[in-house]
Design a protein around this ligand. Structure first.
Ligand SMILES: Nc1ncnc2c1ncn2[C@@H]1O[C@H](COP(=O)(O)OP(=O)(O)O)[C@@H](O)[C@H]1O
Ligand SMILES: [Mg+2]
Length: 297
């Protein structure tokens, strides 16, 4: 157990210190989220996929010296999955006992004083949301046949949501907004994205620049409803480099770059309604245009 957990508080400056080392830019967001958590508040991070939400949270939790318990919000996240269950085979022989309870992520996070990070919160079923809301107000919950679970003082919840995700957003009640602070995480500027991709792929270069420019074009393109995040640029660079090696080429040529971009990006973008072109066609065009804009990578 770290000193901060022993001291039962979250150190805002310590959190930001680690975020500064590991997260490109995003200083304002890091400071505000750290301050909210240090103030004992819960946080709602709102931004599209790939905008560094998980990366930021992981750095802040490490900086505070508390565990990060990560849960993906989806329709299968029942209250039982979140809270825990009694081991069915042991119940048969031993009956229900505290010892045969298998704690779920919420129970573990409360007991360990962790930051519980629920991604895609809007996709969580309503009963599960209600369990979380109850814990946010009471900082404890009653688990049938197990007992009372009390949150350690450092327990916090951070929920992430994609503002462009239509699924279930209506179910996110005002009660959650009322119990959380909201921090928006939009796409970063081109310089920051260049730094993110360079850090993830082994350094800057023309291929990195072209991949970043390409994903940025996807976000504005009239034939696309949803563009790609910086993750698409990272994948393009990594695949192109390996593909060149697979083909026994010295550098990444035009055809290899295009093949990598197609593999990395066509599944990450969504065509706009009424677009007659294929997604391959649109991405190939974007890859060419990114190259032209930068004077060919
Ligand atoms: N500001 C940033 N600093 C460092 N890495 C970042 C940043 N933004 C995104 N990344 C990288 O991009 C990828 C996606 O980031 P992630 O945190 O998983 O996004 P999200 O949780 O918002 O979907 C990861 O590989 C991550 O390392
Ligand atoms: Mg994430």
């Amino acid at each position: 157990m770290s000193a901060d957990v022993a001291a039962q508080r979250l150190d805002g400056a310590g959190m930001v210190g680690v975020a500064r080392e590991r997260v490109v830019a995003r200083l304002r967001e890091a400071e505000v989220v750290a301050a909210a958590l240090a103030a004992g508040r819960n946080v709602l991070l709102e931004g599209p996929p790939g905008t560094g939400k998980t990366t930021l949270l992981r750095a802040l939790a490490d900086g505070a010296g508390v565990p990060l318990v990560l849960v993906e919000g989806n329709a299968e996240l029942t209250p039982t999955r979140l809270v825990g269950h009694h081991d069915a085979s042991r119940v048969l022989t031993e009956d229900y006992r505290a010892e045969n309870f298998v704690p779920g992520p919420l129970t573990r996070a409360m007991t360990d004083g962790a930051v519980l990070y629920v991604e895609e919160f809007n996709r969580v079923p309503e009963e599960t949301m209600n369990v979380l809301l109850g814990v946010l107000s009471e900082r404890e919950m009653h688990v049938p046949r197990y007992g009372r679970v009390t949150a350690r003082p450092t327990f916090r919840m951070v929920a992430a949501m994609n503002p462009f995700d239509a699924v279930g957003t209506a179910r996110v009640t005002p009660a959650l907004y009322d119990r959380s602070c909201r921090v928006a995480m939009g796409y970063q500027d081109e310089d920051a994205e260049l730094a993110v991709v360079a850090a993830a792929t082994g350094g800057p270069g023309p291929l990195v620049a072209r991949a970043v420019r390409a994903v940025r074009i996807t976000r504005e393109h009239p034939d696309l409803r949803i563009g790609a995040s910086v993750r698409g640029a990272i994948d393009t660079v990594l695949i192109a480099t390996e593909l060149a090696a697979v083909r026994g080429h010295e550098g990444v040529g035009e055809a290899t770059g295009l093949d990598a971009a197609l593999a990395a990006l066509t599944g990450k973008v969504t065509l706009a309604d009424g677009t007659a072109r294929s997604v391959e066609d649109v991405v190939a065009d974007i890859w060419r245009r990114a190259g032209e804009e930068l004077g060919k990578a």
